[in-house]
Design a protein. Structure first.
Length: 199
Protein backbone atom coordinates (compact mmCIF):
# COMPACT_ATOMS: atom_id res chain seq x y z
CA UNK A 1 0.00 0.00 0.00
CA UNK A 2 2.97 2.32 0.37
CA UNK A 3 2.95 2.72 -3.42
CA UNK A 4 -0.29 4.70 -3.03
CA UNK A 5 1.61 7.28 -0.98
CA UNK A 6 4.40 7.34 -3.57
CA UNK A 7 1.84 7.78 -6.35
CA UNK A 8 0.14 10.57 -4.38
CA UNK A 9 3.47 12.33 -3.99
CA UNK A 10 3.92 12.05 -7.77
CA UNK A 11 0.39 13.35 -8.36
CA UNK A 12 1.04 16.36 -6.14
CA UNK A 13 4.21 17.12 -8.10
CA UNK A 14 2.32 17.17 -11.40
CA UNK A 15 0.69 20.35 -12.69
CA UNK A 16 -3.06 20.06 -12.45
CA UNK A 17 -6.10 22.02 -13.50
CA UNK A 18 -8.42 23.63 -10.99
CA UNK A 19 -11.68 21.77 -10.43
CA UNK A 20 -15.17 23.04 -9.74
CA UNK A 21 -18.54 21.99 -8.36
CA UNK A 22 -19.79 22.82 -11.87
CA UNK A 23 -17.46 20.51 -13.82
CA UNK A 24 -20.20 18.02 -14.71
CA UNK A 25 -22.65 20.77 -15.63
CA UNK A 26 -21.36 22.35 -18.85
CA UNK A 27 -24.53 24.39 -19.30
CA UNK A 28 -23.72 26.53 -16.25
CA UNK A 29 -22.15 29.89 -17.09
CA UNK A 30 -19.93 31.33 -14.36
CA UNK A 31 -19.49 35.09 -14.15
CA UNK A 32 -15.88 36.00 -15.05
CA UNK A 33 -15.73 38.76 -12.40
CA UNK A 34 -17.13 36.69 -9.55
CA UNK A 35 -15.53 37.11 -6.13
CA UNK A 36 -14.14 33.91 -4.61
CA UNK A 37 -12.99 33.71 -1.00
CA UNK A 38 -9.79 31.72 -0.28
CA UNK A 39 -10.15 28.58 1.81
CA UNK A 40 -8.27 25.35 2.45
CA UNK A 41 -9.04 21.81 3.55
CA UNK A 42 -6.77 19.14 4.98
CA UNK A 43 -6.75 15.58 3.65
CA UNK A 44 -5.06 13.68 6.52
CA UNK A 45 -3.73 10.20 5.71
CA UNK A 46 -2.90 7.73 8.47
CA UNK A 47 -1.80 4.08 8.51
CA UNK A 48 -4.68 1.74 9.33
CA UNK A 49 -5.07 -1.98 9.85
CA UNK A 50 -5.30 -2.80 6.14
CA UNK A 51 -3.37 0.03 4.53
CA UNK A 52 -3.71 3.78 4.64
CA UNK A 53 -6.90 5.55 5.68
CA UNK A 54 -8.22 9.01 4.92
CA UNK A 55 -9.74 10.97 7.79
CA UNK A 56 -13.02 12.72 6.99
CA UNK A 57 -15.80 14.41 8.95
CA UNK A 58 -19.57 14.40 8.92
CA UNK A 59 -20.86 17.93 9.33
CA UNK A 60 -23.43 18.75 11.98
CA UNK A 61 -27.04 18.68 10.81
CA UNK A 62 -27.51 22.05 12.55
CA UNK A 63 -25.18 23.92 10.18
CA UNK A 64 -26.62 26.43 7.71
CA UNK A 65 -24.43 25.31 4.79
CA UNK A 66 -24.04 21.64 3.76
CA UNK A 67 -25.59 20.14 6.93
CA UNK A 68 -24.88 16.46 7.45
CA UNK A 69 -22.53 16.23 4.48
CA UNK A 70 -19.17 14.44 4.39
CA UNK A 71 -16.25 16.87 4.30
CA UNK A 72 -12.56 17.36 4.83
CA UNK A 73 -11.67 19.41 7.89
CA UNK A 74 -11.12 22.95 6.66
CA UNK A 75 -12.54 26.39 6.13
CA UNK A 76 -11.93 29.96 5.02
CA UNK A 77 -8.55 31.65 5.34
CA UNK A 78 -8.24 34.02 8.29
CA UNK A 79 -6.14 37.18 8.31
CA UNK A 80 -3.78 35.61 10.84
CA UNK A 81 -3.00 32.56 8.68
CA UNK A 82 0.47 32.70 7.13
CA UNK A 83 -0.73 30.79 4.05
CA UNK A 84 -3.33 28.26 2.98
CA UNK A 85 -1.41 25.37 4.51
CA UNK A 86 -1.63 27.21 7.84
CA UNK A 87 -5.36 27.60 7.23
CA UNK A 88 -5.83 23.88 6.65
CA UNK A 89 -3.80 22.98 9.75
CA UNK A 90 -5.62 25.50 11.97
CA UNK A 91 -9.03 24.33 10.80
CA UNK A 92 -8.12 20.65 11.34
CA UNK A 93 -6.90 21.48 14.84
CA UNK A 94 -10.12 23.34 15.63
CA UNK A 95 -12.53 20.91 13.98
CA UNK A 96 -11.10 17.50 14.92
CA UNK A 97 -8.29 18.20 17.43
CA UNK A 98 -5.54 17.20 14.98
CA UNK A 99 -2.16 18.37 16.36
CA UNK A 100 0.46 19.87 14.06
CA UNK A 101 3.11 17.47 15.39
CA UNK A 102 3.87 14.09 13.81
CA UNK A 103 2.49 15.37 10.53
CA UNK A 104 4.21 15.68 7.14
CA UNK A 105 2.74 17.98 4.50
CA UNK A 106 2.94 16.10 1.20
CA UNK A 107 1.72 19.01 -0.90
CA UNK A 108 -1.35 20.73 -2.30
CA UNK A 109 -3.59 20.12 -5.29
CA UNK A 110 -4.98 22.81 -7.57
CA UNK A 111 -7.84 24.75 -5.98
CA UNK A 112 -11.48 23.77 -6.23
CA UNK A 113 -14.29 26.29 -6.74
CA UNK A 114 -17.41 25.63 -4.67
CA UNK A 115 -21.02 26.64 -5.22
CA UNK A 116 -20.68 28.75 -2.07
CA UNK A 117 -18.07 31.00 -3.79
CA UNK A 118 -14.89 29.67 -2.19
CA UNK A 119 -11.68 28.77 -3.96
CA UNK A 120 -10.61 25.85 -1.81
CA UNK A 121 -7.06 24.45 -1.79
CA UNK A 122 -6.75 20.76 -0.80
CA UNK A 123 -3.66 20.13 1.35
CA UNK A 124 -2.53 16.50 1.75
CA UNK A 125 -0.75 15.44 4.95
CA UNK A 126 0.65 12.15 6.26
CA UNK A 127 0.30 11.40 9.99
CA UNK A 128 3.00 9.26 11.58
CA UNK A 129 1.01 8.28 14.67
CA UNK A 130 -2.49 8.03 16.11
CA UNK A 131 -4.28 10.93 17.78
CA UNK A 132 -7.50 11.31 19.72
CA UNK A 133 -10.08 13.00 17.54
CA UNK A 134 -12.10 15.72 19.28
CA UNK A 135 -15.04 16.84 17.08
CA UNK A 136 -15.84 20.54 17.36
CA UNK A 137 -19.19 20.85 19.10
CA UNK A 138 -21.93 22.23 16.88
CA UNK A 139 -19.93 21.87 13.68
CA UNK A 140 -18.67 18.28 13.42
CA UNK A 141 -21.03 15.39 14.14
CA UNK A 142 -18.50 12.61 13.49
CA UNK A 143 -14.86 11.97 12.62
CA UNK A 144 -14.29 8.75 10.69
CA UNK A 145 -11.93 6.96 8.31
CA UNK A 146 -12.27 5.46 4.88
CA UNK A 147 -9.67 3.31 3.13
CA UNK A 148 -7.55 5.55 0.92
CA UNK A 149 -7.51 2.81 -1.73
CA UNK A 150 -11.32 2.98 -1.92
CA UNK A 151 -11.62 6.72 -2.56
CA UNK A 152 -8.68 6.70 -4.99
CA UNK A 153 -10.17 3.94 -7.15
CA UNK A 154 -12.02 5.37 -10.17
CA UNK A 155 -14.19 2.23 -10.34
CA UNK A 156 -15.86 3.26 -7.08
CA UNK A 157 -17.17 6.56 -8.47
CA UNK A 158 -20.63 7.20 -9.86
CA UNK A 159 -22.16 10.28 -11.44
CA UNK A 160 -25.54 11.17 -9.99
CA UNK A 161 -27.83 14.17 -10.17
CA UNK A 162 -30.44 16.04 -8.18
CA UNK A 163 -32.62 19.11 -8.56
CA UNK A 164 -30.88 22.18 -7.13
CA UNK A 165 -31.85 25.86 -7.43
CA UNK A 166 -34.25 25.18 -10.27
CA UNK A 167 -31.83 23.07 -12.32
CA UNK A 168 -30.76 19.46 -12.57
CA UNK A 169 -27.19 19.28 -11.23
CA UNK A 170 -24.81 16.35 -11.82
CA UNK A 171 -22.01 15.48 -9.42
CA UNK A 172 -19.54 12.76 -8.44
CA UNK A 173 -20.20 10.43 -5.53
CA UNK A 174 -17.96 7.76 -3.99
CA UNK A 175 -20.09 5.95 -1.38
CA UNK A 176 -18.46 3.93 1.39
CA UNK A 177 -20.59 1.86 3.76
CA UNK A 178 -23.04 4.22 5.51
CA UNK A 179 -21.19 7.30 4.24
CA UNK A 180 -22.40 9.04 1.09
CA UNK A 181 -19.39 11.08 -0.06
CA UNK A 182 -20.42 13.52 -2.78
CA UNK A 183 -20.19 17.12 -3.95
CA UNK A 184 -16.97 19.07 -3.45
CA UNK A 185 -15.36 16.34 -1.33
CA UNK A 186 -15.94 13.67 -3.98
CA UNK A 187 -14.87 16.05 -6.77
CA UNK A 188 -11.57 16.81 -5.02
CA UNK A 189 -10.97 13.10 -4.43
CA UNK A 190 -11.79 12.34 -8.06
CA UNK A 191 -9.30 14.99 -9.23
CA UNK A 192 -6.70 13.38 -6.93
CA UNK A 193 -7.55 9.97 -8.41
CA UNK A 194 -7.27 11.23 -11.99
CA UNK A 195 -3.80 12.68 -11.35
CA UNK A 196 -2.31 9.48 -9.94
CA UNK A 197 0.33 7.97 -12.22
CA UNK A 198 -0.69 4.52 -13.52
CA UNK A 199 0.40 1.39 -11.71
Amino acid sequence: MSDLIARTRAALARAGHASSDFDLNPGVTLAPGRKLRPAAVLAPIIAGRDGYDLILTKRSSALKHHPGQIAFPGGKQDDGDADLIATALREAREEIGLPDTHLEILGSFAPHETVTSFTMTPVVALLSQEFEAVPEAGEVAEVFRVPLAHVLNPANYVVESRHWRGQQRSYYAVPYGPYYIWGATARILRAWTDRLPPL
